[in-house]
Design a protein around this ligand. Sequence first.
Ligand code: DSN
Length: 423
Amino acid sequence: MHQPPIPHVRGADPQIADLIESEARRQFEKLRMIPSENYVSVAVLEASGSVLTNKYSEGYAGRRYYEGQQFIDPIETLAVQRARDLFGVEHANVQPYSGSPANLAVYLAMVSPGDTVMGMALPMGGHLTHGWPVSVTGKWFRAVQYGVRPDTGRIDLDEVRDLALRERPKIIFCGGTAIPRTIDFPAFARIAAEAGAVLVADIAHIAGLVAGGAHPSPVGHASIITTTTHKTLRGPRGAMIMSTAEHATAIDRAVFPGLQGGPHDHTTAAIAVALKEAATGEFRAYAHQVVANARALASELSERGYRLVSGGTDNHLILIDLTPQGIGGKPAARALDRAGIEVNYNTVPYDPRKPFDPSGIRIGTPAITTRGLAPEHMPQVAAWMDAAISAAIKDDDAAIERIAGQVRDMLAAFPMTGFAAQP
Ligand code: DSN
């Protein structure tokens, strides 16, 4: 059953209670390998589900537009201080509702409609809000986009430099959603300085790795850093913008009143709890284990003939081009899900197929590492993935069902925060 228990939801709304319980069990029984997902602690869940949701707090600590902030102000101040301490930044704003609003606030703070901005193209591993044409950031700004080299699957920093010097963007985003390799923040900083741009590091995917010392930090290189709080950082759905003191006022004004109204105080409290957890030695070990698991899994998959974009991984994420297997990303992801392995279909760089039916799948180890899986389990995980994809190619439903049962049996031995197998 769900932890903490939800008897009041059950009393008031059995339909929703049933769905929440089913989702908790689904999360318990599946290898959750979407790289942007995780399992938060029960402490984070409790803070998210607290009476803080009842409160309005437009403004910032000590400067609010509503009364009754006696306890909200210290909660937000603690969250801000913990973010500053954990990442070593001069300023933190913990109010953005999620990653896209955080990035939009950066645009509002730093540029005007029509200005040139630069980011990594979405199909190359960037994010919608880094200037992709269908996003407001690609419609309202003159967005120029960089990618990865077709032969290496890695960012070509000479190409980034040439583009930046030619186009003179006001801001340059580095980071993204499907980048399996270390981001070279010092190199991006040198390019931004040469081009007269402000460097923005979007570390949503790797924030927990940065906090845990398993990925280099952008601090000292990017003067603005955005992140969600719910991926490798293992907090609630939310986001933060961190910056040098120079940009603090512009960022704060852009978040509120520029873009948002009242912050979600229950989320702020849960972010504070997650940041406290992320400052522990246990979390550092977790961050390193996430990377060790991804490396072990990448090596197993390579040995089984899978084509990994960039040839492997340095972080939590693996992008697989399934073209050699002769199956699209979408049918593969669907088969894997039925086999108890949850991933997402994804474009690969230079994908000849459409984004809704792309060539690849994107997998990651943050959630399975939280469950307690270690590198010694990765050969089995790779074998199951391989068997499920082969079964999908052969339409072998029985094999897929068999794998789902084996995954369920294995995971029964790995406790999940948020679910108790025995009430
Ligand atoms: N949802 C994020 C991810 O899955 O990477 C992107 O917005």
